[in-house]
Design a protein around this ligand. Sequence first.
Ligand SMILES: C[S@@+](CC[C@H](N)C(=O)[O-])C[C@H]1O[C@@H](n2cnc3c(N)ncnc32)[C@H](O)[C@@H]1O
Length: 245
Amino acid sequence: MKTDYNNIAKEYQLSKLQPWRRHVEAYTFFKLAGDLSNMQVLDLACGDGFYTRQLKLRGAAHVEGVDISKEMIRLAEVSETETPLGITYYIQNVLNLQLNKTYDLITASYLLNYAKSREELLQFSQAISRHLNPGGRFITINSNPDYRSPVDTMFKYGFTRENKNYDEGGEVIYRFYQDDGSHIEVVNYHLEKTTHERTMTQSGLSNIKWHPVELSPEAHNGSDNDFWQSIINTQPIIGLTCERS
Ligand SMILES: C[S@@+](CC[C@H](N)C(=O)[O-])C[C@H]1O[C@@H](n2cnc3c(N)ncnc32)[C@H](O)[C@@H]1O
């Protein structure tokens, strides 16, 4: 089953309000992104611009976003119209992206997990490589290929994760719950860490490193520290960085 974000754009936007997004996902994402000053940044699978806007607000010189979903880009452009940040958005499939420009930093929060096969992951890696300046960096937060916990382990944070199997291309179903008990489903695909490493190397990317997600100091020092242990101990999502040789 393929996920069409055109049908769930608003609901997905709501799921970004769940506290784990800020305290784990966003905290790790920006830690990996590092100093953004003077950076020309491309945000792939930018969705409604959740990270695209923050990259600009946190100091990047210029930011552009790409997503395959017209509706997600429409929402991003509504924000840009309401609060202009000078961000340009493109509706494009990253599998064959050709912007004819290069960037200092490419980011992607949940792109690689939409590759259904080694071949598609190679296409994503090649698109990243050809849009990076030499020495430019790619940083991503992605579904963790090594996660093996029961489906409901993350339920207290507002989502579940179900791997149909651990074959290459096997479906990984995420369900995001709202306060009223309703939920949306998105389907990702399982590809081993070694498949990521090999396709990146084959695309001219090097210094490939996996980074466990971390808890923000704010949550760490809060009274809810025990609450966060499951997500930090089991790592349903993971960071990955590399650079163009
Ligand atoms: C989980 S959402 C993440 C959105 C945003 N990065 C965020 O963190 O809020 C995944 C996004 O990837 C986009 N996407 C999936 N496959 C894509 C592809 N081949 N090219 C471009 N965008 C893609 C979807 O349309 C969706 O907006």
